[in-house]
Design a protein around this ligand. Structure first.
Ligand code: C2O
Ligand code: CU
Ligand code: CU
Length: 564
């Protein structure tokens, strides 16, 4: 009798976990792209609907943008989210004003129209919001999508590239829903897996060589991808380009923000079922996704049932071959030469720190400082080649990401990186006590007014302030460099709720003009005053970042401040 109960229970459990066909995001291609982000909802589970953000016709997530290197493209992002947002093109090498960082706010109901030339190499990139303190919430609720860059070097290779047929977008997220099925963006009991926004997904793939574009878009969880029965595959590319040659592997570890393109040879497997899994039991404690860390009393729970176990991500049903199958893996891919260590002009040292070694849930810092919009951490000369040396002094692994550039990993604790990490990258996971050095070059986009970001891609760490900013500066244009760090002009308190005090400490007279711009560049306030000390009432202003320009006797000083 008891046996029958158990069998019935197991059957019911199976039915409750019934499989859903993997959604393949639609594609947009050409040179002009419209993305409308809107509030939506999805019935993921019985009971309450889940509130989401969708883009264009999708109720969760957005279309895949297919763009060509060299094209001059225009993106029109329309914000129907009912909240301020930004849109960042993760991995794309674009000017700061097109990058969609926290300074490029798009107010609710407004549009943003960056235009730029695609300079990146063929690889898989993605887009997501970058709103101060809200990136986790907005991204996890669905405001994300994939970007595929194509170029001539990739086009001549015999690789699968029929989107959704033999070339699959695989956006993996682990999320937490509360009892009423709503997203918990900072929750660390993320027991629900999404692939392209589909829960418990299955997909059919043809029995030939297929390509998977893996993106870990999770808020915090690192995935240790592999296939059932340790079936081997080939890693052909990572964050920002193809590798010189395919690298055979049985695992590819991707932390939040990282991508990899892999080829899996399913030839002769028609009728079989395999699983794409995360072999998280092989991850060490300290990498989120590995065994649950012992938390100090009073900390929020992190005991996700997915921690430290091997779990299925995607069921793959192998079917018939297509008419024009790729049946072999190319021996070589592209030529790519890393920057030489000897060409570096400087080394910057960034330590990942926390208040104590007991801290598991943040806040985490770079060099003991939280992100500060008023502080530019690095002024980088245009054209500089630099080594960045990252040392993790915390007990938690952090995926470090930098905007604007790609980099090559020089070493991990002095050892050359594994072959799959040798190409162009823009995210690198730094484990507790580890030192990673990478080399990069800051080309093309000098702009002293809009900084680029670097941050931890664990979204709650980023939102809590594990972020810094840099500007790239032209050195020889003869113009003085605007130094955001000087103290001639002081605004306080900052952030401000009501009265903002402006104090000018220079030697010039107090007669000045003050203009305040919102982040759309619209002048929202203007005054003239005769004192070195004045106050502006910001009560009733919409929350956000403003830019104040103070002009007197031919000098212009500019500061950002936040109203909240
Ligand atoms: Cu994927 Cu600064 O971001
Ligand atoms: Cu980015
Ligand atoms: Cu972190």
């Amino acid at each position: 009798m008891r046996k029958i109960f158990i069998i019935v229970f197991l059957l019911l459990a199976q039915i409750a976990k019934s499989q859903n066909q993997l959604s393949i995001p639609d594609t947009l291609s050409g040179t002009s792209f419209d993305l409308t982000v809107h509030q939506d909802s999805v019935q993921f589970y019985p009971g309450s609907i889940t509130h989401t953000y969708g883009i264009n016709g999708n109720s969760y997530g957005g279309p895949t943008l297919i763009i060509n290197k060299g094209d001059n493209i225009s993106l029109n992002v329309h914000n129907n989210m009912g909240d301020t947002t930004t849109m960042h093109w993760h991995g794309l090498h674009v000017a700061p004003k097109n990058d969609g960082g926290p300074y490029s706010m798009v107010m609710s109901g407004m549009s943003w129209n960056p235009r730029f030339i695609v300079r990146n190499s063929a690889a898989t990139y993605w887009y997501h919001p970058h709103m101060m303190a809200k990136t986790a919430e907005q991204a996890i609720k669905g405001d994300i999508g994939l970007i595929i860059v194509r170029d001539n070097a990739e086009a001549v290779l015999n690789l699968p590239r029929h989107y959704g047929v033999d070339d699959f977008p695989i956006i993996v997220q682990s999320v937490e829903l509360n009892a009423s099925n709503q997203f918990m963006p900072k929750g660390m009991v993320d027991s629900i897996l999404f692939v392209n926004g589909t829960t418990s997904p299955y997909v059919s793939m043809p029995s030939q060589v297929v390509r998977m574009r893996l993106l870990n878009a999770s808020g915090e969880r690192t995935m240790n991808f592999g296939c059932t029965a340790n079936k081997s595959f080939y890693v052909i590319g990572n964050d920002d380009g193809l590798l010189p040659a395919p690298v055979p592997a049985i695992r590819i570890r991707l932390s939040p923000g990282e991508r990899a393109e892999v080829l899996v040879d399913l030839t002769g497997m028609s009728g079989q079922t395999i699983y794409l899994k995360s072999y998280a039991s092989e991850l060490p404690t300290g990498i989120q996704g590995g065994p649950t860390m012992v938390m100090p009393a009073g900390s929020p729970p992190m005991n996700s049932p997915l921690n430290g176990i091997d779990f299925n991500i995607l069921q793959i049903n192998v079917g018939a071959q297509t008419a024009t199958p790729v049946t072999s893996v190319p021996a070589v891919l592209i030529t790519d030469t890393a920057y030489l260590e000897g060409s570096a002009h400087t080394t910057r040292t960034i330590n990942m720190t926390a208040d104590s070694l007991m801290v598991m849930d943040g806040p985490f810092y770079f060099n003991d400082s939280l992100f500060n919009m008023m502080r530019v951490d690095y002024h980088i000369p245009l054209g500089n080649t630099e080594i960045w040396k990252l040392t993790n002094q915390t007990m938690v692994a952090h995926p470090f990401h930098i905007h604007d550039v790609y980099f090559y990993i020089l070493d991990r604790d002095g050892n050359a990186p594994p072959a799959v990490e040798r190409g162009k990258k823009d995210v690198v996971l730094v484990q507790p006590n580890e030192t990673v050095r990478f080399i990069t070059r800051f080309e093309d986009f000098a702009d002293t007014t809009t900084p680029y970001m670097y941050h931890c891609h664990i979204l709650m760490h980023e939102d809590d302030g594990m972020m810094g900013q840099f500007v790239v500066e032209k050195q020889s244009n003869g113009l003085p460099v605007v130094n955001q760090g000087n103290d001639q002009l002081i605004l306080y308190p900052n952030p401000v709720k009501g009265l903002l005090t402006i104090q000018q400490r220079g030697t010039s007279s107090g007669h000045a003009q003050v203009h305040i711009y919102n982040m759309l560049g619209q002048c929202v306030y203007k005054t003239e005053h005769l004192d070195r000390h004045c106050q502006i009432n910001t009560a009733g202003w919409s929350k956000g970042v403003y830019n104040l320009v103070y002009t007197n006797e031919g000098q212009r000083l500019s500061r950002n401040f936040i109203v909240n």
